[in-house]
Design a protein around this ligand. Structure first.
Ligand SMILES: *[C@@H]1O[C@H](CO)[C@@H](O)[C@H](O)[C@H]1NC(C)=O
Ligand SMILES: *[C@@H]1O[C@H](CO)[C@@H](O)[C@H](O)[C@H]1NC(C)=O
Ligand SMILES: *[C@@H]1O[C@H](CO)[C@@H](O)[C@H](O)[C@H]1NC(C)=O
Ligand SMILES: *[C@@H]1O[C@H](CO)[C@@H](O)[C@H](O)[C@H]1NC(C)=O
Ligand SMILES: *[C@@H]1O[C@H](CO)[C@@H](O)[C@H](O)[C@H]1NC(C)=O
Ligand SMILES: *[C@@H]1O[C@H](CO)[C@@H](O)[C@H](O)[C@H]1NC(C)=O
Length: 510
């Protein structure tokens, strides 16, 4: 009965002249029709022509999707975005056997009739993004064997039936982000052997179980950030041999299982920041020749294991700032990072660094080390960093630096040293001499002020003279003797620390 009615409706329309375009619609392109505007409340009154290949109805006040599209057998693209649709008739899409694209995004759908998509045997893209779906029926997508992209993101899904994706063997993109998913059935992704992108970010997942992603041999991107993930099975990612992007930032991870990323050799993006990580396992990363940057900020790490980054041989940027508990970095922590260009180590809890910690970083260009707890640096810290351009050493507790701290760096362009409590005694003269010669690269030199002794407080460091300090003229000679003695013998750590502050021996009386 219904079927006959519809056939008749189309026939009537076919008799109309092609130039008749429904009011407020745009029919300027040949086989497509575009209608939009808030005045539009009822699609039936539009009398849409039946033989279009594309229909766009957007930004209207249509709330109910009746059967107006059924039997539009030519239809390939049906775009129904940004309307007010909250209800769809079970027959709304009957007969749309050639439909390739169906967009229902930005509507108010709470549920979908179980068989509503059953005729769309050629559908490639189904977009139901930004609705109010609370659940979907297990068999809703069963006839969509050709579907390549399914967007269910920005809905209110709390769970998914375990078989809901079972027929989507051609699916390449699945966007389930921005829902309330707290758990996923263990085998839900098993049929998706062609999947390339899986978006699960902004959900409430608390764990990633073993086997969950094992079938996804073609997966390139896996977005898991902004969930509540506390645990990940050690082998959760082991089958994702083609994975290029993995986001795990903004979760609740306190630990990562050993070897978690060992098999992800094609990874070029990995995010781990904003997790309450307390430690990293000694073996975490396998060889990853395409990983260019790694962000590890806002964690609770207090130290980082030696050699942990040593497989990241092409890493160019490593961000380890804003880790308020990070206080100990072992000597070999940056071992292997031969391509590193940028290192961010600021705003941690680091008071000193071990000698030789930057030895591998021959290509380093920029380093930020500002940290209010930083007190002492090894004298040779930068000596091998021939490409160093930019150094942030402002806002620390450093009272002095050796005169040759920066002198071996031919490419140095910008140095930030402000807001340090400079101790203006004879030991600082060597550094001050360098400063006077380096006014073009040191930023805001006039703001570098003596902090101690009291008598010299707030005097500009660069304006300091020997008269201020009453240093003995023999000072330099005395120091050099001491220095060469020092370098020939191996001395205790205490001595090494003291050396950092030595510029000249000082006989002043402050
Ligand atoms: C649709 O029908 C009209 C009127 O019969 C005709 O002029 C037009 O060419 C048809 N368009 C297509 C794509 O078949
Ligand atoms: C969902 O995934 C698709 C495919 O990558 C992407 O184009 C779209 O922007 C995503 N939507 C959201 C809200 O992330
Ligand atoms: C580096 O990767 C290899 C395999 O790719 C692995 O055997 C080794 O343990 C890794 N080393 C570290 C320090 O993670
Ligand atoms: C910073 O390190 C010191 C020891 O060097 C430690 O006493 C303090 O608790 C650390 N601060 C934080 C926030 O972990
Ligand atoms: C380092 O800083 C310099 C100077 O600001 C800039 O030109 C360069 O691009 C930076 N390099 C990296 C790797 O960030
Ligand atoms: C250090 O200097 C840089 C550049 O001026 C600035 O962005 C940064 O905030 C400073 N650090 C602190 C702790 O003030």
């Amino acid at each position: 009965m219904l079927r006959d009615d519809l056939t008749e409706l189309c026939a009537v329309l076919l008799l109309l002249d092609a130039s008749i375009c429904p009011e407020k619609c745009d029919c300027s392109s040949k086989n497509a029709i575009h209608c939009s505007g808030p005045h539009l409340k009822d699609l039936e009154s539009l009398n849409l022509p039946c033989n279009m290949t594309a229909i766009h109805i957007t930004d209207t006040n249509v709330t109910y999707l009746q059967d107006v599209f059924s039997r539009m057998v030519e239809l390939q693209h049906l775009i129904l975005s940004s309307n007010n649709i909250s209800l769809i008739s079970p027959m709304a899409f009957k007969g749309l056997r050639r439909l390739k694209v169906l967009k229902l995004l930005d509507n108010k759908l709470v549920e979908l009739p179980p068989e509503v998509f059953d005729d769309m045997v050629q559908l490639q893209q189904l977009i139901i993004e930004n609705n109010r779906l609370k659940s979907v029926e297990e068999n809703l997508f069963d006839k969509l064997a050709t579907l390549e992209e399914l967007f269910l993101n920005k809905n209110q899904l709390t769970a998914l039936p375990s078989g809901v994706l079972k027929k989507l063997a051609k699916l390449k993109v699945l966007n389930l982000s921005r829902n309330y998913l707290a758990a996923l059935p263990r085998n839900i992704f098993s049929p998706l052997t062609k999947l390339e992108k899986l978006m699960l970010y902004f959900n409430r997942l608390s764990s990633i179980e073993s086997g969950m992603f094992d079938s996804l041999k073609e997966l390139l991107e896996l977005f898991l950030h902004s969930n509540n993930i506390q645990s990940i099975a050690p082998d959760a990612f082991h089958c994702l041999r083609k994975l290029r992007s993995l986001t795990l930032s903004r979760n609740k991870l306190e630990v990562l299982p050993p070897g978690l990323f060992l098999h992800l050799h094609d990874l070029s993006k990995l995010t781990l920041y904003r997790n309450p990580l307390k430690s990293l396992p000694e073996v975490l990363f396998g060889e990853m020749r395409h990983l260019g940057s790694l962000w590890l900020y806002h964690t609770k790490l207090s130290t980082i294991p030696d050699f942990v980054f040593s497989n990241l041989t092409n890493l160019e940027l490593l961000v380890l700032s804003f880790n308020p508990e990070l206080s100990v970095l072992p000597k070999n922590v940056f071992s292997g990072l031969n391509e590193l260009r940028g290192l961010s180590l600021h705003t941690n809890n680091i008071s000193s660094l071990p000698e030789g910690i930057f030895l591998s970083l021959q290509k380093l260009q920029n380093i930020s080390l500002f940290d209010k707890r930083l007190e002492v640096l090894p004298r040779n810290l930068f000596h091998n960093l021939k490409h160093l351009q930019k150094v942030y050493l402002n806002s620390t507790k450093l009272q002095s630096l050796p005169g040759d701290f920066f002198t071996t760096l031919p490419e140095l362009q910008e140095v930030f040293l402000d807001n340090n409590p400079w101790k203006c005694d004879c030991q600082i003269l060597g550094f001050q001499e360098w400063l006077q010669k380096s006014m073009d690269i040191v930023k805001n030199v006039p703001s570098l002020l003596c902090h101690s002794p009291l008598a010299l407080q707030n005097i500009s460091l660069v304006a300091l003279t020997v008269d201020h300090l009453k240093c003995l003229p023999t000072t330099a000679v005395t120091y050099q003797t001491f220095s060469s003695t020092y370098s020939q013998t191996s001395t205790s750590l205490v001595m090494e620390k003291q050396m950092v502050f030595f510029g000249r021996r000082c006989w002043g009386t402050f």
